[in-house]
Design a protein around this ligand. Structure first.
Ligand code: HEC
Ligand code: HEC
Length: 280
């Protein structure tokens, strides 16, 4: 129907422009029929090189910078040395590594906070738990920019359908409980060269525990979820080389170490909440 309309248009155009040859009309017809195909968005790397950006794309670029250099561009609300992209690998563009092309999955009910979450609240919660920071206001430039970046990454996904490789793989039940003693041996042999013997991170690799890591309420503090992340993505460069059981054991070891507490259990935070209404 659409094509017929275009054809009639092109012919009509020829009638009122008799000087134009039929070949020219047909060429324009071909061009018109290609035109409706949705253009691929420009890669962020290309956007970064542009001197001038429209409002939407400048938010996308700001969101990308917050995700990849959180300590600089998200500094107002962060509380540790992590970046979003330390866990959302390749700036949220890697399947099985918590990809961020999930705009079409929200709003979504979450048992974690017992309410429907829009993408804004989901972003704000990662600041509170994974970044062990404070909750940015809903309409802060940071939250709006990360939301723009997330919808940009979601281009081409089907709204309401989980994109392939969402989250991290769920490892099959090995039949054995996590064994942190074996986890410690795996950590020393396979992880400590990058993340440090003390787990506090080194230049180029983020902390896995200690007061500069994610807190006890973060998604990564869940032993099974972290095991799925570790199995699929670590050791960086030799991913998927650990057995499922080794991934589970090292995850249990990491999550036994000291880290900031879950802020939902903090009396001080409860006090702030009651006086300022800052944190929902
Ligand atoms: C310590 C690792 C870590 C860091 C750092 C981190 N996240 Fe996450 N994030 C996770 C995990 C794990 C999940 C999945 C948790 C769940 O399903 O409850 C997640 C989930 C999300 C989701 C929902 C994804 C989905 O599939 O629905 C969004 C959006 C998100 N994070 C945004 C951010 C932003 C923005 C930052 C930086 C401000 C950030 N995260 C920092 C670990 C992290
Ligand atoms: C070759 C270096 C290297 C090795 C070895 C390595 N990692 Fe990582 N790991 C990294 C880097 C770098 C990142 C952050 C990735 C990024 O920012 O793109 C990371 C991120 C992580 C994260 C998410 C961020 C955080 O700080 O919580 C976890 C969890 C993790 N690694 C666990 C492990 C475990 C467990 C092992 C051993 C089985 C391991 N890593 C081995 C380099 C390494």
């Amino acid at each position: 129907m659409n094509n017929l309309y275009i054809l009639l248009n092109a012919l009509g155009y020829r009638l009122i422009n008799p000087g134009l040859s039929l070949t020219a009309s047909l060429t324009s017809l071909c061009l018109l029929s290609i035109a409706p195909v949705a253009a691929e968005p420009l890669a962020v790397e290309a956007l970064l090189k542009r001197g001038y950006l429209d409002d939407y794309h400048s938010n996308v670029v700001f969101g990308y910078r917050i995700v990849t250099e959180t300590e600089k561009y998200g500094a107002r609300y962060t509380g540790n040395r992590l970046r979003c992209s330390n866990c959302h690998l390749n700036a949220g563009r890697q399947p099985d590594a918590l990809p961020l092309n999930v705009a079409g999955m929200y709003p979504k009910w979450r048992s974690k906070n017992g309410r429907r979450n829009g993408i804004g609240l989901r972003i704000r919660e990662c600041f509170v738990y994974s970044l062990d920071g404070i909750m940015p206001p809903e309409d802060s430039p940071e939250v709006l920019a990360v939301a723009a970046y997330i919808s940009y990454l979601s281009h081409g996904e089907v709204i309401g359908n989980a994109p392939p490789g969402r989250g991290v793989p769920t490892l099959p039940d090995t039949g054995y409980d996590p064994n942190p003693a074996n986890g410690k041996a795996i950590y020393v042999a396979r992880c400590s060269a990058c993340h440090g013997e003390d787990g506090y991170g080194k230049a180029g690799a983020p902390p896995l525990w200690g007061m500069d890591s994610f807190n006890g309420g973060a998604g990564m503090a869940d032993v099974h979820r972290a095991a799925g992340f570790i199995w699929a993505n670590m050791p960086l460069g030799s991913e998927r080389s650990l057995t499922h059981q080794d991934a589970l054991d090292v995850s249990a070891y990491i999550n036994m170490q000291i880290r900031p507490g879950d802020p939902r259990k903090s009396k001080l935070l409860k006090l702030f909440e009651s006086i300022s209404g800052l944190v929902e």
